[in-house]
Design a protein around this ligand. Structure first.
Ligand code: RB5
Length: 155
């Protein structure tokens, strides 16, 4: 049984809205808390605008991990990775969803509402939430990602 200390941040544009709603039901069944940063309808909206507050909640420590959705999962993953401290991975296979936690210490999983069905998305979410960062050599590499962020901030 998955246990998380902090709520999961959820965000989607219109292309990921239906999948976000399906994942909310899944999280409720698992008894996991979440905070929904929108969108709240299927009306057209812009994925950077929903990604930013959800990812900032993770960076500030208000939420533990983020689950993000757009049509492909790609746009919202690019937006998420612009936020310092976010390591977002767009996944449509269970192996990557598990290993991006284990090896990359990813804190955001991105999925495409036009790419994966709700059943597969639930399996991706379970793989992501159940996996733990392995540290050791992977910690060195993740630290290098932070060094790149720090170097970019001074350009
Ligand atoms: C919206 O039509 C679509 O471009 C968006 O959801 C996403 O797929 C972008 O990467």
């Amino acid at each position: 049984m998955i246990k998380l200390e902090k709520p999961i941040a959820l965000a989607a544009d219109h292309g990921g809205f239906a999948l976000k709603e399906a994942i909310k039901e899944h999280l409720q069944e698992l008894g996991l808390a979440y905070q929904d940063f929108g969108t709240v309808t299927g009306e057209s909206c812009d994925y950077p605008q929903v990604a930013q507050p959800a990812c900032e909640a993770v960076v500030k420590g208000e939420c533990g991990l983020a689950l993000l959705f757009c049509g492909t999962g790609v746009g919202i993953s690019i937006a998420a990775n612009k936020i310092r401290g976010i390591r977002a991975c767009c996944c449509s296979d269970v192996f990557s969803a598990e290993f991006t936690r284990r090896h990359n210490n990813a804190n955001a999983l991105c999925m495409g509402g036009r790419v994966v069905g709700a059943g597969l998305a639930c399996s991706l979410v379970d793989a992501f939430l159940n996996a733990e960062f392995e540290g050791e050599r992977h910690e060195r590499r993740v630290n290098m990602l932070k060094e790149i962020e720090d170097a970019q901030a001074t350009l």
